[in-house]
Ligand binder design. Sequence first.
Ligand code: NGO
Length: 531
Amino acid sequence: MSRLPAPRRALVVLAVSALAVLGAGAQSSASPDHHPPKESRMNQVIPAPVSVTPDRHGGEFRLTPDTVIRVDRGAKRVGEYLADLLRPATGYRLPVTDDRHGDSAISLDLGKVDPRLGDEGYTLDVDRRGVEIKARTAKGLFNGVQSLRQLLPARIESRSVARGPWTVPAGRIVDQPRFAHRGAMLDVARHFFSPEEVKRYIDQISMYKINTLHLHLADDQGWRIEIKSWPRLATYGGSTEVGGGPGGYYTQEQYRDLVAYAAERQITVIPEIDMPGHTNAALASYAELNCDGVAPPLYTGTEVGFSSLCIDKEITYRFVGDVLRELAALTPGEYLHLGGDEAHVTTEPDYIKFFQRVLPMAEDLGKKVAGWHDLLKASPLTSALPQYWGTTDSNQLVTDAVARGNKVLLSPANKSYLDMKYDENTPLGLSWAGYIEVDTAYGWDPGSYLQGVPESAVLGVEAPLWSETLEISDHIEFMAFPRLPAIAELGWSPWSTHDWESFRTRLAAQAPRWTELGIDFYRSPQIDWPA
Ligand code: NGO
C-alpha cells in the first residue's frame, strides 16, 4: 500500500490516467525523432500500476558501465534474471552482488515493505542515484522488474548491443494485483508446440505479470505428455495433429524443464488432461479403453464433442488414476485441470458417475481440481476451481457454486478467447464466440461481469488460446498481441485505472518493444501505432 490515505491514492491514480492521456496527445503530434517527455514512460506501464508518481522535476537515473545489481540474499535469481535482460542491449557487465558499496545501483530488497502489499506487490523508487525495488517475496521483486523493464527505452529489448542512453524516469510506483490468478492457456493438443515455442510464449506472458500458464495437454487430436505407465498415449496418440502434421509430445524430462523455466519467471503451470470427452487420442492409443474394445482411428479434424471414455469399464479408472498420479508428480502447483467440457456423447448420469470417482483421485494426490465450468454438474468440492468459458453474463451452475463457496476463474469466450478472430478479415482463428477486437477484450469488468458472482468470488482471469488454426509461434503472437496485455491488465490493475484511452495509448507504446522482440502482433486499427 502507498503511505497515502485511500482517497488521496485514488486521486493520484486519476491524475496519473489524466497525465497518460495528455502525454499521448503530445506524443502523437510529435515528429518521429522527437523524444517524448521522460515522465510519459513512467505512465506507460502495462498492466497499469496502483499508483504512479513521476518526479516533479523530471529527474532520471542513467545506467552506466559501472552500474551494479545489488541484491538481498533470496533475491539473487531475480537479480540474475534482470541482468540477463539488460546485458545484451547495454553491453554492460551489470554484476549481481550483495556488496552494499558503490554508487550506481539497481537494488532488489526483500521484506522491507508494508505487509499489505501482499506476496506479489512491490514498490519501485527511482532517483538520480539508482533504482530500488522492494517486495516481500521474489514474486513481488519479479513484478517490479517487469515494470522497470518498461520504464527503460524500448531498445532495451534488443538482443544485441544497442544505442543508449539507458535512462529510467525518476519517481515512485506502488503496486499490487487486483486478482490472485492471472492466467494464459495454450492448447498444445490441436497443434503441437515445441518446448522452445512454449518457452518463448512464457517469456512473453511474463512481461505482463501473468502468473499462471494452463497447458491443454490432451484432446481428440493429440496426447502431448509422456505417461510412462501408458506409453502409447504419447508415442501413438501424440503422433499427429489438426491437418495431419507430425504432432509431438513432451517427455517428462522436457516437461519438468518447462515447469522449471516457468517457475523462474514466477509462473505456475496448470496441466490439463481433458476428460471424459475430448479423448479420441487416448481411445485410439488403447483399444481396451473403448466400450466396444475397438480403437478408433487417430483424428485430425476440428469437430468437438464426439468422444468419451467408457464410464462403466473398470480399466477407465485405472487409466485415469495412473495418468493423474504421474501428472501430479510433475506438478509443483496446487491444481490439476480435468477439463470436463463438451462431453456431448456422455449422458449426464454417466458424466456425474465418472467425476464422482475421478474427483477424489485428484484430491487424494493432494491436488485441487480445476475444470471447465461444465464440471460443476458433478458438484465438486468448494476447493475446486470452475473456469467459466460461456458467452452470456449469467450461468446458474456458476452462481450455485459461488453460493456454495467455490471461487471462479473467468474466461468468457466472447471476451477473453485469444483464438477468436479480431474481425471478419483475420486470417487465423475461429469466430464461434464472435469477433474480439482490442476494445472488446479490454471492455469488461471481471469483478462484476457474471450475475451472482461478486468480485470476492473471482479468483482471477485467464486468456485461453486454442490452436485449431495455429501452427507456429508467429501465429500465437498474432492472436495474443495485443489482446493478452488487455486481459493481463484486467487481472492486475485496480478498476479505478480502467480507461480505454489511456490503455490504447500505453498499448501503442509497447509496439517498439514487440518489434525488438520479433513479436508479430496484430496492428489493430483501434490503436494509433507508432510509424
Ligand atoms: C471451446 C472448446 C474447445 C475449442 C474452443 C475453440 C472449450 C472450453 N471447449 O472452449 O475444445 O478448442 O472452444 O474456441
